[in-house]
Design a protein around this ligand. Sequence first.
Ligand code: PEP
Length: 254
Amino acid sequence: MRGKLVAGNWKMNGGLASNRALLDALLPAVAGLDGVGCVVCAPYPYLAQVQGLLQGSNLAWGAQDVCQFDNGAYTGEVSAAMLIDFGCRYAIVGHSERRALFGDTDDVVAAKYQAACRAGLTPILCLGETLVERESGVTEAVVARQLDAVVKVVGMTGLAKGVVAYEPVWAIGTGRTATPEQAQAVHAFVRGCVAASDRVAAGQVPILYGGSVKAANAEQLFAMPDVDGGLIGGAALNAVEFSAICRSAAEAAR
Ligand code: PEP
C-alpha cells in the first residue's frame, strides 16, 4: 500500500537564520510520525544548510527544480548529481511557476524528470490546469498531455519511480483550494490514465494534491482515496501549519 507523503515547497523564500528557526521547530513536531514521509524542498543555496540540520532525522529534503543535462556548459543550472551530493532525495519538476515564468515546456519537464531518475532522485512531477482551462472544460486533456509527455520519455515504469502532484494553477498561492471532490476527480483520472497501460504502476505512484493546502483543509483532502498527500507552498514556511498538515497525513494513513 502507498504511504502518504507531504512535501513543502519553500519557493524563493528563506535565509540562513529563518531556515534554522523553521527546521528547529519542525523537527520535534514531526519526529515519530508514522505512515507519512515529510520533505522540504529548499532553494539551492540552502541545501548544504538543510542537509546539515536534517541529516539523520525523519525529514527528507529536495530541490525545487533540476537541470535536464548531466554536466557541462549550462551556466546557472544545477545538475541532479549535484543535488545528490547534498543528500537530496527529491526534485520538483514542472512546477506551474517554472512552466509559466521560465519557459519549461512539457518536453523540458520530461527531460528533467528523466535526468532526476537517472541520478537516483525521486522527481515530483507537477501537473495542473489554469482557471481558463478548467472553465473551458479541458482539465483532463491538459493533465493527460502533461503526463503523456513524461511517459513518452520514461515509460510507465519510469513514472512509477516518481511522484505526481496535481496542482491546479488557480489554487496555487490564491487561498482558493480545490474541493476534496474536485481533487479526487482529477487524481482518479490521472491514476486511471496510468492504469490503462500499467495497473501495477497505477497502484504504486503517489499522487499529491497542491494548491492552498493548510492545516484547516488537509484532513478532508487527505481522506480522498486517490489523494496520497500534499505539495505545500505557503503553509510550508510555518512550522505549526506544516507539522499539522503532516500529522493529518499520518492520521489519514492509519
Ligand atoms: C506550490 O507552490 O506548489 C503550492 C502548492 O503553493 P500554495 O500551497 O501556497 O498554494
